[in-house]
Design a protein around this ligand. Structure first.
Ligand code: GDP
Ligand code: IMO
Ligand code: MG
Length: 418
């Protein structure tokens, strides 16, 4: 099993690359996160945004699995299935759900909003999809799992959870409507019942032993990991490579390549530290050229230069074997580009990502020559502009990991494999 995951704060282009390399694999499996993810795929001039469904869904003959580590909102599931533009029978052949995956209840979404509301100016900037409360119930052993939707007493199990959520919500001065979200949720449950909801861990391990190729598709990014990200400004799951083992039921011994994907610069949506953030016209230019607006919430993404200490940290935590760089085309036209190579804190130079969010750090930059050419139509590595190749070599030297793929645009075909 190979793993592809984000090395920054999410939105690195995971969906695009999973779709592009999908022909090499038999199974694509999501292992964590939920509808907070927004994975964009573009081909034949159509852009699709996936939230729960793995990014191999548009390839006939490939199996897509929503693994046990994912949290599923049935209402989002239904909307997504309906908007795929594929016949339902075909989707049913291509998509399996783990019976162990936990469900996001309508009240999880309301709780998410109530908690954020109470945080005032210390908001996480959550996508408000109910992720935190659903994982809280999972860890607290109060969750409801996908396999349970077939039980005769399912409504009862649901009501027990919802009532305890409503009890919590009574302590919050927070207005909400439950009727409409609940109706949509149960419609989603009915659609889920038409899908195969099984012990996917057996299927995946059996496939591995039969020599099938599995690609585990990460959501979010390493710097949003609940343990290693800038806590508490993180998501509620392990977004890192070890999350693929727990989120699919696969031994670390079965892991092969670990593909780490990063943008040629950095973006972050939501609150939290971002050392190289550019709150100036350069940041604005990157946002406009790179269309840096959230795929799930539409919020403007914060933009900044590439952060090598953070990238090296992510490579270390994940054991990345190959790098994939996206959006180099967005930096075309800058006379020079900057790369953060270390930080300065209290007059000292540091190269480690700090644990404390309030530690004041300043990026130390190396400035490099920019490139001007439109690289989106280039399809071999040698033809890329020299300054871009130097930029890539600089990253490879700093990280000691080869860049295997350079993505030059959002389309499936705008992908250079070295
Ligand atoms: P994900 O969450 O990691 O799958 O990334 P998103 O889909 O949220 O955000 C990446 C955005 O960049 C999407 O709009 C993609 O269509 C787009 N994209 C991906 N790769 C490239 C690239 O190499 N160049 C450009 N210009 N856009 C890209
Ligand atoms: P993909 O898979 C970028 C961010 C949110 C917020 C924090 C917590 O598309 O890369 P949550 O909803 O999980 O409680 O939000 O994490 N976040 C993402 N940022 N891409 C994502 O997913 C994200 N999923 C969550 O903005 O700061
Ligand atoms: Mg995204």
């Amino acid at each position: 099993m190979d793993i592809l995951l984000g090395l920054q704060w999410g939105d690195e282009g995971k969906g695009k690359i999973v779709d592009a390399i999908c022909p090499e694999y038999d199974i694509i499996a999501r292992f964590q996160g939920g509808p907070n993810a927004g994975h964009s795929i573009e081909f034949q001039n159509i852009k699709h945004i996936l939230h729960l469904i793995p990014s191999g869904i548009f390839h006939p003959g490939k199996l897509n699995i929503i693994g046990n580590g994912v949290v599923i909102d049935p209402a989002v599931f239904k909307k997504e299935i309906e908007n795929l533009g594929l016949p339902l029978d075909e989707i049913k052949k291509r998509l399996l759900v783990s019976a162990r995956a936990h469900l996001i209840l309508p009240t999880h979404r309301i709780l998410d909003a109530a908690y954020e509301h109470r945080k005032g100016c210390a908001k996480i900037g959550s996508t408000l999809k109910g992720i935190g409360p659903a994982y809280t119930d999972k860890a607290g052993r109060n969750g409801l799992r996908a396999g349970e939707i077939f039980r005769k007493d399912f409504r009862n199990l649901y009501s027990l959870r919802v009532n305890s959520h409503l009890e919590i919500l009574r302590n919050y001065n927070f207005e909400f409507d439950l009727k409409t979200p609940e109706d949509e949720w149960f419609e989603g449950i009915e659609l889920m019942k038409e899908f195969k909801i099984v012990n996917t861990e057996y299927l995946i391990n059996d496939s591995i032993s039969r020599g099938k190729k599995i690609l585990a598709e990460g959501a979010q990014g390493t710097m949003l990991d609940v343990d290693f990200g800038s806590y508490p400004f993180v998501t509620s799951s392990n977004t890192i490579s070890s999350g693929a083992c727990t989120g699919l039921g696969v031994s670390p011994r079965s892991v092969g390549e670990i593909f780490g994907i990063f943008k040629a610069y950095c973006t972050r949506v939501g609150s939290g530290p971002f050392p190289t953030e550019l709150s100036d016209p350069t940041g604005e230019k990157i946002r406009e050229t790179g269309h840096e607006f959230g795929s799930t919430t539409g919020r403007p993404r914060r933009c900044g230069w590439l952060d090598i200490p953070a990238l090296k940290y992510a490579i270390m935590i994940n054991g990345v074997t190959r790098l994939i760089m996206t959006k180099a085309d967005v930096l075309s036209g800058f006379s020079s580009v900057k790369v953060c190579t270390s930080y300065k804190s209290g007059g000292k130079e540091i190269t480690e990502v700090p644990v404390e969010n309030d530690q004041l750090i300043e990026p130390v930059y190396t400035e490099m020559k920019g490139w001007k050419e439109d690289i989106s139509k280039i399809n071999d590595y040698k033809s890329l502009p020299d300054p871009l190749k130097e930029y890539i070599s600089f990253i490879e030297n700093a990280t000691k990991v080869p860049v295997m793929i350079v993505s030059t645009g959002p389309d499936r075909n705008e992908t250079i494999i070295r």
